[in-house]
Each structure stands twice: as C-alpha cells, then as structure tokens.
Design a protein around this ligand. Structure first.
Ligand SMILES: Cc1ncc(COP(=O)(O)O)c(C=O)c1O
Length: 482
C-alpha cells in the first residue's frame, strides 16, 4: 500500500508529471501557502500540474467582501474555514483564489459541477441562448425546454417521461410531495431519518435532522428508521430496516399513504448509502399502502455514482417520481420533477405555473450537460476514479484510527471521523483542523453528517487518478499533523 501513498510526494522530487512533462514550478512556488513555505519541500503533497493560468483578479479583497456580506446579507449564511476563501475563478476540477492560488475542488459546489467548472460546452450553450432569447415563459413556444425535456426523459427508465422544470431541489421536492398527495388523495408521507430534502414548508417536514428543521408546523410526514450500514442497529441488513416501513404504515397512518421519499445516498446526512436490499421490499410495502415512491436524485443523479446514471438504479427499483437539481445544470439554477403521464395529469386540476422553471437559458445549459456527460464518458470516469479513490481512502483507515468509516460509490464518497472506533464518538473538532490543513495544502472537501464529522467528497466528474492521489495524500498528511 505504501507505494500508492507516496505518489504525489514523488512527483515533487522527480519534477515531471506522469507524461514526462516538466511541472509548473513557477506556478506552484509563486502562490505557496504559508504551510507549504514553512515545510521543507520533501514531504508536502503537491497539486497535480494543470496547464492553465486564470486572468489576473482585479476585484475586491476577501476582507472587503466579508465585511459587506456581514452587513448586507442574512446572518444565516455560513462559511467553511476559519477565514472564508474568496473563490474568483474555476476551471474544470480546479478553483482559484484572489491571489491566483489553485485548489483541487473535492466538493464540486456541493455535488453540482459534474462537468467541471466553466466547462466550455456548457458556457457556450448559455452564451448562445442568453444572446438569443433569455426569458419568454412557457406561455410561448421555445425549443430549448422541449429538446431538453425529451433528452432528459430518454435518460429515465420505464414510463418516467413527463418533466416539470423548477429552479431548485427544494422546489422539485415540494412539487413531488404535492403530486403524490394529489394523486393518492392521502396526506401521509414517509421519509427517512437523517434525510435532507429541502427547506420550504413541505420539504422541511421531510427533512429529518434537527439542525435543519426550524420550529414551525411541519405535519404529515413520518420518519422511518434510517437503513444506515455504519450507525444503524441492523448494520447492512436492508431487509430488517425495511420492516420498520410496514410498522409505520400500520401503526402511524390510516394504512393508506401518499408516498415515500428517499435519497439513494444521503448527501447532507454524511454520504450514507441506504443498506443493500432495502429499497425493493420498501417499494412493495409502499405500493401495498397505495403510495408513490419518490427518488430524490438531487445529489446522487447525473452519473455521480458511476455504476448508474441515477442512484436508485443501484438497488434495482423504478420509482414513480424522480426529483433532481444540482448536477442537472452544472451550477445553473435548475431543478426538475419527472413522472409518468398518468401521474402528471393531476396538475391539470388547477393552474400550475412557475415563472422561471424551464427557461431557455437554464434548459439550454441542462441539455449541454447531458451531452458532455455522454461524450466525455463521465459516468465511466466517476466509476473508475471513484473506485480508485475509495480504495485509497479505505487503505488510509489502516494508518489513522480517526477514520471510522469510508463509504459511498463513484464520486460521492464519505469519510466519517471518530475519536473512538468502538463508541463511534464523532470527531467533530478534529475534522475542522484536518480540513483547514487540507485547504492550506490546496485541497477543498465538504463536510456533513448529523454530527458534522463526515468528509463529503463530491468533486467534478472529470477528476483524475492524480487528483485522487493528491486528495488522499493531503488527507493523510493533515491527519498525521493532528
Ligand atoms: C438530496 C437533496 N434534496 C434536496 C435538496 C435541496 O436542493 P436546493 O438547495 O437546490 O433547494 C438538497 C440540497 O442540498 C439535497 O441534497
């Protein structure tokens, strides 16, 4: 294993990348972090070479922006790192700060920038559309919305062929919950503990982590035991957890329900992949109770899991409704609900309208995203690089006791940190320190989980094995410095 662990250290001393090209020493040394400066060059992991220099930044400093943000923006807005990072430029899997320092983006704008930052095809599609017609509403015809809906429907199995566009994941889930209630004539929704489905009136009810729930009325949702293979009582036995759904239906509802909503891999909840074999029996229970099955693919969709285009496909079920956002637009505000023609009809009972939903610019971007994922084999790359990255992270567990669990698939991976492996005590202060050191080395990752002790690794799907090596070496180094 050690031969792998030293990969990006070695590149530093050899001075050439794997293709034998000279490394950009000038770029690396010009923008060294204090950490890099203070260490002798030998042991510090360094970022893979990347032949791109962003234009000089001439905007306000991080301090100026921070001051304005504090005065004029909601105090609810939080940030990562002791001193928030001023990200001024992005190119594929890399971000640049105001000083031109390059960072490896291991978070992808929270599992959103699947094609890579400022992917030229997506940018061009946006420019072409914004200079043609930016906004018209669905009261008139426009080909962008129709072309993208038809391409998107082509990516979904079964009879999932009717698309409603929204502006966000929350909106998509709000709409899906309403559709399920209208279609079934029932109110009760079942969601999973530790879920995150959004933060509006209905979706906050489906969200099941107290730190994301305000003390307002949220009714009509029952939260089932989470099939969490690491912390759950039944380990990886999906069928045992599935029994709780039957219990909830029998003892918590009239026996008839509107639906069940789930994330195949809980993102905000700390990259928790639902225990294997959980969804098929749950699907049967929900159907028996007359409910609809809603897959929330906001984080796990658009090729991120590598093995399939959609997360739910990894457990072999076909839901009645699929919701999506984030990766659908590579960063453009866009969401969608896809369902069957029969279920879709319920929205004709009243007027349903969304001013920006499906606007030409966003749908042109979404269509470009689908083409990029296909042409650049990003699903395959997520599988190959994600498997390699997971293997390396899992190997790191042998070296650092603080790693309690490594999980996920493709390029949606989690590393849970604990101070005691037996008790699974969350290492929620240690994680901050490690994250800070990783940032100083040039690696950005996300953080989540109910206890805030899980690294969330959801980079752009163009991530390379060299990037994976750098990320793991930086994590290894940062853990060694604890
Ligand atoms: C699984 C899931 N569903 C829904 C949402 C809400 O999406 P948005 O923030 O676009 O409203 C999120 C956001 O993180 C999410 O992770």
């Amino acid at each position: 294993m050690m031969h792998k662990l030293t990969s990006s250290f070695r590149r530093l001393t050899v001075g050439k990348d794997k293709l034998g090209r000279c490394r950009l020493y000038s770029q690396l040394t010009q923008h060294q972090s204090p950490l890099e400066e203070s260490e002798s060059a030998g042991g510090v992991p360094t970022i893979p070479a990347f032949d791109y220099t962003p234009p000089p930044y001439v905007g306000p400093t991080a301090d100026e922006i921070f001051r304005k943000r504090k005065e004029f923006l909601s105090p609810s807005m939080f940030y990562l790192y002791k001193k928030p990072l001023n990200v001024v430029h992005g190119k594929m899997q890399y971000l640049f700060d105001e000083n031109g320092r390059r960072y490896l983006d291991g978070f992808g704008g929270i599992a959103t920038v699947n094609c890579g930052h400022c992917h030229p095809d997506v940018v061009q599609a946006i420019i072409n559309q914004v200079t043609t017609i930016q906004h018209s509403t669905i009261l008139y015809l426009n080909h962008c919305i129709a072309d993208f809906a038809s391409a998107l429907a082509g990516k979904l199995p079964g009879d999932l062929k009717v698309v409603f566009f929204t502006n966000s994941g929350t909106e998509a889930n709000e709409l899906a919950l309403m559709i399920a209630r209208l279609y079934t004539g029932c109110q009760d929704i079942i969601s999973l503990r530790n879920a995150y489905h959004g933060n509006a009136a209905g979706t906050m009810g489906a969200t099941a982590q107290s730190n994301w729930k305000f003390n307002i009325v949220q009714n009509g949702v029952h939260h089932a035991i989470n099939p969490d293979p690491y912390r759950g009582a039944f380990g990886s036995d999906g069928e045992k957890y599935a029994k709780d759904i039957d219990d909830l239906i029998q003892f918590g509802t009239s026996g008839h329900i509107a639906g069940f909503i789930f994330e195949a891999i809980q993102g905000v909840g700390g990259i928790v992949e639902l225990a294997p074999n959980y969804l098929p029996p749950v699907y049967n229970s929900i159907k028996k109770a007359g409910g609809l099955v809603i897959a929330d693919e906001v984080q796990s969709g658009f090729a991120r899991t590598g093995t399939n285009f959609w997360g739910f496909q990894n457990q072999g079920i076909v839901p009645d409704i699929v919701t999506m956002a984030k990766g659908i637009g590579n960063g453009i505000p866009l969401g969608a609900v896809v369902t069957t023609p029969e279920i879709a009809k319920v929205l004709t009972r009243r007027s349903y309208f969304n001013t920006f939903g499906g606007n030409p610019v966003c749908t042109a971007a979404g269509h470009a995203v689908l083409k990029v994922i296909e042409r650049e084999n990003l699903q395959e790359n997520a599988h190959v690089v994600g498997s390699y990255l997971k293997e390396r992270l899992t190997a790191l567990k042998d070296k650092h006791d603080i790693i309690g669990d490594v999980r996920g698939r493709g390029l949606i991976l989690g590393v849970e940190l604990v101070t005691d492996r037996k008790l699974k005590t969350p290492a929620n202060t240690e994680i901050l320190e490690i994250m800070e050191t990783m940032k100083d080395l040039g690696v950005l990752v996300g953080k989540g989980g109910f206890y805030g002790n899980v690294f969330r690794i959801t980079p752009p799907l163009c991530f390379t094995k060299e990037d994976a090596d750098f990320l793991v070496d930086a994590m290894d180094y940062s853990m060694s410095k604890l």
